[in-house]
Design a protein around this ligand. Structure first.
Ligand SMILES: Nc1ncnc2c1ncn2[C@@H]1O[C@H](COP(=O)(O)OP(=O)(O)O)[C@@H](O)[C@H]1O
Ligand SMILES: CC(C)(COP(=O)(O)O)[C@@H](O)C(=O)NCCC(=O)O
Ligand SMILES: [Mn+2]
Length: 968
């Protein structure tokens, strides 16, 4: 140990190949027989950053127009340095790919925000001077032996193009081949893709030949470590423990992360002590790893795939193969040293004592025995290494783990057992992508290093719809129009369908194309690849929901209960990386809401969906609401055939997601009701339903605006005290207009908007179920002689369109303005159900202002009227003595709000706020009911669900909540 000249076989091949590139083809395939010995490769310098990346000027606007249709992932002009969007980790077993796709341009909205910020008088000096651009990080994997699929994928998504846009540009202009294919090798001459893993050496030529790009090699350990550090610091629910079938997310304190032990279980195993960023040492390793399980397993069971092997283990009984203590001690425990009769004395040991051949053993038993042997061994070695350096935390990564409950339980058990509970085994959700992420991070100037958890929103993988129960493929925009994709083919589907469902055949000779790269007609450009649009495929196929995830039957194992596998299930979850980790949406403008009393302990969700009963209930609620939602969505798009098809596809995809989450609720991190409600909205957007309730919202806005003048007159005739009560009543009553609630939707079928509103108002008898009105009133108007100081700025988190905002929140805003309180109306950035959005609000305010001087002056002062009528105006022209009324977007597209991730505008507006009003069930009950803020907070909502009413406030449907909490 410690001899720097000796090398671990896992590393040795790679290092030598670096020197002797001419022999690199055969090198990795040979030489696996060396005994393990660790190497001390000490690297404590900062992460190496290559300078060979081309610095490209992307200002060719005309050229961008040319391939815009064909290639939506191409970056827009003048956005230089945002081209590092693909990195690979090509391992012995699997190729891991991390790629980045940009968000669409939002420059108009940005301008509006800029002028708003000027009005708010907020300049955010701490923000990065060169903002990194928003986008999505995607995670995909392929088997290394099927490298062609990976090349297809890269090509179909044109990911290699980002590596050298100028070259590509030139190539496309000069190429006569419609695919630009024959000239690919020349056009990308200087293009570089970062890659790590042995395959970065082994397959460099293939990448050059097929995609015309050069591989720039990143050191493997370095990549693993920087990938792990990034995940542990930036992704909220990344690490978790897994004991006896129970998954528990671990909150990692960024400032208390190091040192830790990283055990990457790939084909082989690397054990790395990590002391800081770029500061690590590979202290050990073992050649008994994932490749061993898969390789030996394949030989012994004749399984055709890793998953098949893993699935077999689920039905295995290792006692048939393993020699137990009881087998040696005649059925007795060896209690003196703490070994029970059922403890494994020798893995596979039974095979020596019996006169049996391989065929006499069940493959299931062999697979389980092998899986246990290897997992347990790795757990033990990991612990011993942790012990050497006094490390308590061990993070396990690598695709051997494959999110498999039994594997994780076994490793955890070993660590727990040998360390007597001192050390903790933790797993990473992006287990196998550490190296690829590290390679991705190594691109220059991507600026990802200092990103924080609040900059990432993990979304359910939504790249495309569900084919055969899997969510796959490019977004709808790319493919809905078949005419625009005549020459291309849908490789995402090809990849996802594996060999079950080929979609490619050559139109020239009708041959099925297993490997189109080698097909002569493909090369010569003669073929038109027959393509089935994913939409048709999807609609045809129906939905085969993913197989259940293995879950532990509760309480099957006690400690030391290693006799029986703790986490077996009937089938194995599909090994589809896209469904095991979400897509990370990078939104650099998101911020933590500055008024949260304690951001570290803040938990947005009120309902804990780890309670299975709750989960089941809310899944049923959402499923039952689905057909009504689809009707609305389809109608909002004119009820065309296309809209119907999309509606159908949406329903299937959403149901598939629900089913997937029902099986593994923590698949994408901790699951709360807010995530489910957001998932529904995201899913709608994915199928191009941009605002399903558009017409309903318009209709309700118009009807409400028509009665607003009367309401304002009525309010103005009241005393201050009664007016305040009437205003709060008004907000609560109008919150009944909620198209997300089953009960309310039924009501709407029975009466008009005005009838329902009247009925709701008459039911507003105090005391409400939660009634802090008197305390609020005291703060607002005082109780004795002295008048309280009005709030300086109030943030009103508005909810639904129509009566809710027009007859509820706007009159309340008006009252505050009258008292000299600045009002910021905070609305959704994107539509969700019938919630009003920040884009829609200025126009509604402008309409309301026609009947109200207070609103008009304040809206003028806030620049709102200008915004609504003239779009963007120079802030300096607005000169009014009135306190301003402003509109700010919250950064969400959901009926709920997570205050850990809000728009930077909202964060900026919050700085001077001393009152926040959260309105509606989503924002005040489902989320934030228990949240505490550093300023006065009023939570107002009508509970429109019986079960929630019972659970939360011990009441009934249509009860009201008026919760006032003075500054914390
Ligand atoms: N679909 C799969 N095909 C092959 N191996 C898989 C698969 N899923 C998980 N594995 C396991 O993951 C191991 C590879 O893990 P990985 O972290 O990708 O390492 P490497 O970089 O060495 O390929 C395999 O040896 C096998 O044990
Ligand atoms: C989606 C909602 C949170 C919207 O409520 P809001 O915030 O508009 O008051 C709410 O309608 C809801 O929880 N609906 C599902 C429960 C049900 O249909 O009973
Ligand atoms: Mn709502």
């Amino acid at each position: 140990m410690g001899d720097p000249t000796r090398k671990d076989p896992l590393l040795e091949n790679i290092e030598q190949e670096d020197i002797n590139t001419s022999s690199n083809k055969s090198k990795l395939e040979e030489d696996t027989s060396m005994a393990p010995h660790s190497t001390s490769l000490i690297i404590s310098t900062p992460i190496h950053r290559s300078s060979s990346r081309p610095q490209l000027d992307l200002s060719g606007a005309a050229i961008q127009g040319n391939f815009e249709e064909k290639d939506p992932t191409i970056l827009l002009p003048n956005q230089s340095d945002d081209i590092s969007h693909l990195a690979l980790d090509i391992g012995g077993s699997l190729i891991k790919l991390v790629y980045f796709s940009r968000h669409e341009d939002r420059s108009t909205a940005d301008k509006r925000k800029k002028s708003l910020k000027e009005r708010l008088g907020v300049f955010n000096g701490t923000r990065r001077s060169c903002p990194i651009l928003g986008g999505r990080l995607h995670f995909v994997k392929f088997e290394t032996r099927k490298i062609n699929e990976c090349l297809d994928f890269i090509y179909s998504k044109q990911l290699h193009r980002g590596a050298c846009i100028l070259n590509q540009l030139h190539g496309l202009l000069s190429s006569t081949d419609p695919r630009g294919w024959s000239s690919e090798a020349q056009v990308n001459e200087n293009a570089i893709i970062k890659a790590t893993g042995g395959g970065a050496y082994k397959f460099a030529d293939i990448f050059k030949e097929r995609l015309g790009v050069s591989i720039e090699k990143e050191e493997e350990m370095n990549s693993l470590v920087s990938g792990a550090n990034f995940l542990l610091k930036a992704i909220r629910h990344e690490a978790f423990t897994h004991m006896e079938g129970q998954k528990k997310f671990v909150q990692i304190d960024q400032n208390d992360l190091f040192p830790y032990l990283l055990v990457n279980i790939g084909s082989g195993v690397s054990i790395i002590k990590v002391d800081g960023d770029g500061n690590y040492e590979r202290i050990s390793g073992t050649n008994v790893g994932g490749g061993t399980y898969w390789g030996l397993g394949r030989l012994l069971t004749k399984c055709k795939s890793f998953d098949e092997l893993l699935e077999l283990s689920q039905r295995g009984d290792n006692r048939e193969v393993d020699m137990l203590v009881g087998d040696i001690y005649g059925g007795l425990d060896y209690s003196k040293i703490g070994l029970s009769a059922s403890t494994i004395a020798s893995s596979f040991g039974k095979a020596i004592s019996e006169n049996k051949e391989l065929e006499d053993y069940r493959p299931e038993d062999i697979s389980l025995s092998l899986l246990r042997m290897i997992s347990y061994n790795i757990g033990q070695i990991a612990y011993l290494n942790a012990l050497r350096f006094g490390l308590k935390r061990i993070f396990f990564g690598g695709f051997f783990i494959r999110g498999h409950a039994y594997t994780m339980d076994t490793i955890s058990f070993a660590v727990h057992f040998w360390s007597k509970g001192e050390a903790k085994a933790m797993f990473l959700r992006h287990e196998g992508f550490l190296g690829a992420l590290g390679a991705f991070m190594s691109y220059e100037k991507h600026g990802l290093d200092d990103l924080m958890a609040h900059h990432f929103v993990e979304r359910f993988p939504m790249g495309a719809p569900c084919v055969g129960g899997k969510i796959h493929g490019p977004p709808l925009g790319d493919l809905s129009d078949k005419a625009s994709i005549i020459i291309d083919f849908d490789l995402d589907i090809l990849c996802s369908l594996k060999n079950r469902d080929r979609v490619l055949s050559c139109s020239h000779c009708q041959t099925d194309l297993d490997n189109h790269w080698d097909h002569p007609h493909y090369r010569s450009g003669k073929t038109e690849i027959a393509k089935i649009s994913w939409m048709e495929k999807f609609v045809q196929k129906g939905t085969e929901i993913i197989a259940p995830v293995p879950m532990a039957p509760p309480g099957t194992t006690g400690l030391g209960g290693f006799e029986r596998p703790s986490s077996k299930g009937e089938t194995l979850r599909s090994d589809d990386a896209a469904l095991n980790v979400g897509v990370l949406h990078l939104v650099p403008t998101l911020e933590v809401f500055p008024l949260l009393a304690n951001p570290k302990t803040y938990e947005p969700n009120t309902i804990d969906l780890s309670d299975h009963g709750e989960l089941e209930y809310w899944f049923t609620v959402l499923s039952e609401h689905l057909s009504d939602l689809v009707d609305k969505a389809v109608a909002s798009e004119g009820g065309t055939d296309d809209a119907r098809r999309r509606g159908d596809a949406f329903a299937r995809a959403f149901s598939a997601h629900l089913a997937r989450l029902m099986e593994e609720p923590a698949a994408y991190g901790k699951l709360g009701l807010a995530n489910l409600l957001e998932l529904r909205e995201e899913c709608l957007r994915e199928f191009q339903f941009l605002d399903a309730y558009r017409t309903i919202k318009q209709r309700e806005n118009e009807a409400s605006l028509a009665v607003l003048p009367d309401l304002l007159m009525e309010l103005d005739s009241m005393s201050e005290e009664s007016r305040l009560l009437a205003l709060i009543e008004g907000v609560l009553a109008a919150n009944i207009f909620d198209w997300g609630s089953r009960a309310c939707v039924e009501l709407y079928h029975k009466g008009t908007i005005i009838e329902i509103y009247r009925m709701s108002r008459t039911k507003m008898r105090r005391p409400w179920r939660v009634d802090d009105f008197d305390v609020f009133k005291k703060r607002m108007i005082g109780s004795g002689d002295g008048k309280p100081v009005p709030h300086k700025r109030a943030l009103l988190f508005v909810d639904n369109s129509g009566a809710d905002v027009v007859l509820g929140m706007l009159p309340l805003a008006r009252e505050l303005l009258r008292r000299g309180t600045e009002v910021v109306l905070v609305a959704n950035s994107l539509p969700a159900l019938n919630d009003v959005t920040a884009i829609e609000l200025p126009e509604i305010v402008a309409e309301a202002a026609k009947h109200c001087d207070v609103l008009r002056k304040a809206a003028e002062a806030g620049g709102l009227l200008m915004d609504a009528m003239l779009n963007i105006q120079d802030a300096s022209r607005i000169n009014s003595s009135s306190v301003p009324l402003m509109v700010v977007e919250n950064g969400c597209g959901s009926p709920c709000i997570d205050f850990r991730q809000v728009s930077s505008e909202l964060a900026a507006a919050a700085k001077d706020a001393d009152l926040i009003i959260l309105e509606g069930m989503g924002r005040a009950l489902h989320t934030n009911f228990n949240a505490r803020f550093r300023c006065d907070t009023l939570k107002l909502a009508m509970v429109k669900n019986q079960r929630l009413a019972e659970k939360l406030v011990n009441g009934n449907i249509y009860d009201c909540v008026c919760r006032y909490e003075p500054a914390h």
